[in-house]
Ligand binder design. Structure first.
Ligand SMILES: *[C@@H]1O[C@H](CO)[C@@H](O)[C@H](O)[C@H]1NC(C)=O
Ligand SMILES: *[C@@H]1O[C@H](CO)[C@@H](O)[C@H](O)[C@H]1NC(C)=O
Ligand SMILES: *[C@@H]1O[C@H](CO)[C@@H](O)[C@H](O)[C@H]1NC(C)=O
Ligand SMILES: *[C@@H]1O[C@H](CO)[C@@H](O)[C@H](O)[C@H]1NC(C)=O
Ligand SMILES: *[C@@H]1O[C@H](CO)[C@@H](O)[C@H](O)[C@H]1NC(C)=O
Ligand SMILES: *[C@@H]1O[C@H](CO)[C@@H](O)[C@H](O)[C@H]1NC(C)=O
Length: 630
């Protein structure tokens, strides 16, 4: 009897093991080979890799519906934001996901003692030799070399068993490549790649080098934008009163940094009472406001963002989220549930801390160190084509969660029109190419859960009383259609209307014209000829980098007014700004385009368009509308 049971039990075990085995399917594949890196050699089979398996979160498919219920002006539950704990619980991976992945790994010979589940239950971590990892993931790891002498380990694609796929969002380190490097304040030379905040990054504001000597006036806002020009353009006439209850965060990436003397120079001319005022610094992963390197490239973005955000929302204190490396790193800092122990982030995309390299930040990652501010403006971006869909989706879901908690996240839409950073476009395979003709949208600005801000200008010879046009000086407003994200319902009517009424003269070779993908930007604000104090003088700057903090300032004023009457912050604004109720609260922009990729780009038209979105804000109309919402 006993032996029979034993046999039965054995059979059952092997059957279970059998049923857990299924054919491997490709899970992630890199679209574009990294530029400037050579495949040097196969990775030695005994090398140990810190493998991190990101488990599929539950309910992320419901994000859009939940956000609509919290953010659509017609919803009964408008503004009933969730707590961080409620959000973390609701989206945590299921017990089934954890079991399925553990079983797969142990069946494949990884002893259970080697597996660790992160406290957030979001990640399973283990160390594996390259040989083990290659067998598990049916892939080959290579060492890639950069002319600077740097090396990175990566594979081109990887597979997991079919029955495991739905439980895994992504596995690292695998296909996700460079574009970011672990930050260290003194390690600026560490990698020659396009790091956020680095002078080589293409996302900062641009200058035409013109120095401003004469005090600009309201009569020449077509040549010089000042806070007064913006107040006139967008009907800003509101002094915040609930400043101790309200929060507005500006994200900067070290080594990009503001200079105190530049803020004071600007304040002295444009907002005298603010001389001496500084943002409240929140250092993320050792992010520092460095002053060693000073130039337009090191200070332009931070000086611009802070000078305008601080002036337009005065006396609201501004929180400066000075981050070390990547978008995921600032998200870790505001949401502990996104943060994963020992850096579940991607070591090739994100800073991983402690950073053992010389000069690296030698302390644990900044995880949930601050409550998400009510509004966060980020004037940085990268090409969507440089991230995998899995990576993009995981980060994008996090923006959705922040929206559910009541935070408005704004990203600048890019400065190269329909092209990507540095004017680069894509070839037919979707890879960056100097000869590419396919449009190259940005990330994270195409995430449907952020608010994408494009750029306008006061047309030459016009005044603040005339309609603005799309920005066509020095920079062109980033806009177009995503190659990763589907179209969110809040913009379906607007975007379908645009494609139908003003069919662009391009075809599917250039952009996804199916009418089923996320289109951007959502709205816009002036991005030309901003007077900023920079490195001791006044210069003019251009970019959607200008536009995002200005829109953030307006939302901050709206939140102030709502808080004063006992209401909450507005949170995710997209369902509201596309709604019929709000259509008159924007100045529709109907002239100008966003050239790029050897084309004139899309046209600004009546209604929403992929250059200026729904238009520029009119605070005098937006404020009362948002005040009437629950
Ligand atoms: C992997 O190995 C490193 C270095 O020995 C160790 O610090 C780390 O805790 C290990 N990780 C896991 C998940 O075992
Ligand atoms: C700033 O103020 C000084 C002193 O009033 C003035 O000379 C200068 O032209 C002003 N510059 C700008 C750009 O407003
Ligand atoms: C920044 O300043 C340091 C110290 O002067 C210098 O060694 C380094 O080359 C500078 N970095 C850049 C990117 O200019
Ligand atoms: C933009 O408008 C011009 C003039 O009406 C038209 O010729 C052109 O085809 C339009 N461009 C696109 C992309 O639709
Ligand atoms: C799309 O337009 C390009 C450039 O004008 C042209 O070469 C190509 O044949 C067109 N493709 C389709 C599918 O119509
Ligand atoms: C456009 O996007 C849709 C939805 O993601 C997709 O099915 C289709 O293949 C895409 N078309 C092109 C030309 O990439």
């Amino acid at each position: 009897m006993r032996s029979l049971l034993g046999v039965l039990a054995l059979c059952a075990t092997s059957l279970a093991a059998q049923s857990r085995r299924s054919a491997h399917l490709v899970h992630e594949k890199r679209a574009a080979e990294p530029v400037g890196w050579d495949k040097a050699r196969r990775l030695e089979s005994h090398r140990v890799l810190p493998i991190r398996v990101g488990l599929t979160q539950q309910n992320t498919h419901r994000l859009e519906e939940l956000l609509t219920s919290l953010a659509h002006p017609d919803s009964q539950t408008y503004g009933q934001h969730w707590s961080a704990a409620e959000v973390a619980d609701y989206f945590a991976p299921s017990a089934e996901a954890i079991t399925t992945v553990k079983d797969w790994l142990t069946d494949a010979g990884i002893h259970p003692d080697r597996l660790r589940l992160s406290p957030s239950k979001g990640w399973i971590d283990f160390n594996a030799t390259a040989a083990e990892a290659e067998d598990l993931l049916k892939t080959e790891y290579y060492v890639y070399a950069h002319p600077s002498g740097k090396e990175q380990i990566s594979c081109h694609s990887y597979s997991v068993p079919e029955h495991v796929r739905e439980h895994v969002e992504l596995i690292k380190p695998t296909v996700h490549f460079n574009h970011r490097a672990a930050n260290s304040p003194s390690g600026l030379q560490k990698r020659g790649v396009n790091r956020l905040g680095m002078p080589s990054a293409s996302t900062g504001p641009k200058t035409n080098g013109v120095k401003v000597n004469l005090p600009p006036t309201l009569q020449n806002c077509d040549e010089f934008i000042t806070p007064d020009c913006l107040r006139a353009l967008y009907n800003i006439d509101y002094i915040p009163l609930a400043t101790h209850k309200n929060t507005y965060g500006i994200v900067e990436f070290t080594p990009q940094a503001f200079l105190a003397a530049d803020l004071d120079l600007f304040f002295k001319n444009f907002s005298k009472t603010q001389v001496g005022q500084r943002p409240t610094l929140v250092s993320i992963d050792g992010g520092v406001v460095q002053t060693t390197n000073q130039s337009f490239d090191f200070n332009g973005e931070s000086d611009l963002d802070l000078e305008y955000a601080m002036t337009l929302t005065n006396p609201q204190p501004i929180t400066l989220l000075q981050a070390g490396a990547s978008f995921n790193n600032w998200l870790d800092a505001v949401d502990a549930s996104f943060c994963t122990f020992e850096g579940g982030d991607d070591p090739t995309q994100d800073g991983i801390y402690p950073d053992p390299l010389p000069g690296g930040f030698d302390q644990p990652e900044s995880c949930g160190i601050i409550k998400p501010p009510n509004v966060v403006s980020v004037s940085y971006g990268q090409d969507e084509s440089s991230v995998t869909a899995a990576y993009a989706n995981r980060q994008c879901a996090e923006y959705g969660k922040l929206g559910m908690m009541g935070t408005t996240v704004l990203y600048s839409s890019g400065d190269d029109g329909v092209a990507g950073g540095n004017g680069v476009c894509l070839n037919a395979q979707g890879r960056p190419s100097r000869n590419g003709i396919k449009f190259n949208p940005g990330f994270p600005v195409t995430c449907p859960f952020v608010t994408a801000v494009g750029a306008t200008q006061v047309n030459p010879g016009s005044t603040v009383l005339d309609p603005e046009g799309a920005c066509e000086q020095v920079i062109f407003s980033g806009g177009g259609f995503s190659n990763i994200f589907p179209m969110p319902s809040y913009q379906a009517e607007a975007v379908t209307g645009f494609l139908k009424n003003f069919p662009p003269s391009f075809n599917s070779t250039q952009f996804n014209n199916s009418g089923t993908v996320r289109a951007f930007p959502d709205l816009s604000a002036n991005g030309a000829n901003y007077v900023i104090g920079i490195d001791g003088e006044f210069e003019l700057v251009f970019g959607t980098s200008c536009s995002s903090p200005v829109v953030g300032s307006l939302i901050t004023l709206i939140n102030d007014a709502r808080i004063l009457i006992g209401k909450g912050p507005v949170g995710f604004i997209n369902p509201a700004i596309y709604s019929k109720k709000f259509v008159n609260a924007f100045h529709d922009i109907t002239t100008g385009g966003n050239q790029g990729c050897g084309t004139p780009g899309f046209n600004s038209t009546v209604g929403w368009d992929p250059v200026t979105g729904v238009g520029t804000p009119n605070l005098a109309k937006l404020l009362p509308l948002f005040l009437t919402l629950p």
